[in-house]
Ligand binder design. Sequence first.
Ligand code: NAD
Ligand code: 89V
Length: 357
Amino acid sequence: MSERQAARDLRGALIGCGFFAENQMRAWQELPGVKIVALCDRDPQRLAHFQDRFGIEATYTDAEAMFEALADSADPGLDFVDIATTTSAHAALVPLAADRGVDILCQKPFAGSLETARRLIEYCTQRGVSLSIHENFRWQQAVRRTIEALRDGEIGRPFFGRISYRSGFDVYKAQPYLARVERFIIEDLGIHVLDIARALFGEVDRLSCETARVNPAINGEDVATLMLRHANGVTAVVDCSYATHLADDPFPQSLIEIDGEQGSLRLRQDFVLEIHDVDGQREVRDVSPEPPAWSEAPWVPIQASVLAFQADWLQARRQHRPVETCGEDNFNTLALVEAAYRAAASHHTVIPERWGR
Ligand code: NAD
Ligand code: 89V
């Protein structure tokens, strides 16, 4: 990075002005040293909505036209692009951005297959641009503090884990496409929970999975139960449901149980982290998120994690290091999703693919 570049705000473009991108935009506007200078959405109504809401003049309905117009303008070029479209658009948009030499953030799931994921990662590497996947659940405050407690050795070597996400929240209202997709909960939500499992226990040697569709009004599975054997010897259960009716629905919290040789850890509902020691003593910590001014229940933990992820992305760029969830890393989370669908279809244990193996 030249000194001139370091002195000015980073300039980014947002592609995809849909439901979730509102959070990404609000987070960019809160963070110092970065500015979204252009918006792109193929839907003119969404584009106009974002233009009004965020006060950005440069708008485009076509990403290629956007890159060309910005390259021709008198302004300094783009430093990065934030791709917030649904997955099917990523395979074309990532190479388009890489060809322009801009760093890329891309929403999860970043590819519809491992073959496409591999191609996109290699393409970015060849063009010398970074590919960072917007995987924010491991940046939720409660999850982060749990990861840190484990990494700090507070319960010794772990041997069992459970990460549980069970809710009856109507996710289809804001994201109607979720009711239509053939693959639903593992690909959309389980991907986050599997990423938390990797952040806690590392890579997975083998996994099994069973799924169910409880809600008759949707196409995909809304319940999934997985068992993972991690390379470090931990056995973990990952269970996800959008068909669970509870008076005190925890949406969108992931609840975590970990047993270690020196104690146990419980992340309970409403951001309570308990550390139990071998003498039966319990320490209770409040691990509530700091709500951004623009956050709204029940999305607060996710919205705070968007801010945390994007802040870390900025810091990583300044420090010339990859983010935790760079393309190569996130390939391994995506591989767990693919393995889960294979395991569910065959009722057999599956060995997931792994980057570089
Ligand atoms: P959405 O359908 O509301 O928004 C997507 C937008 O992208 C639409 O406005 C659409 O017109 C636009 N778009 C699609 N293809 C385009 C293209 N080629 N060029 C320009 N614009 C294009 O979807 P959403 O619910 O906002 O989800 C977007 C992504 O975010 C999905 O991949 C989803 O899985 C992910 N998501 C992540 C989280 C999270 O916590 N990380 C939460 C919700 C959604
Ligand atoms: O995070 C997501 O991808 C969302 C939700 C939390 C609703 O499942 O789709």
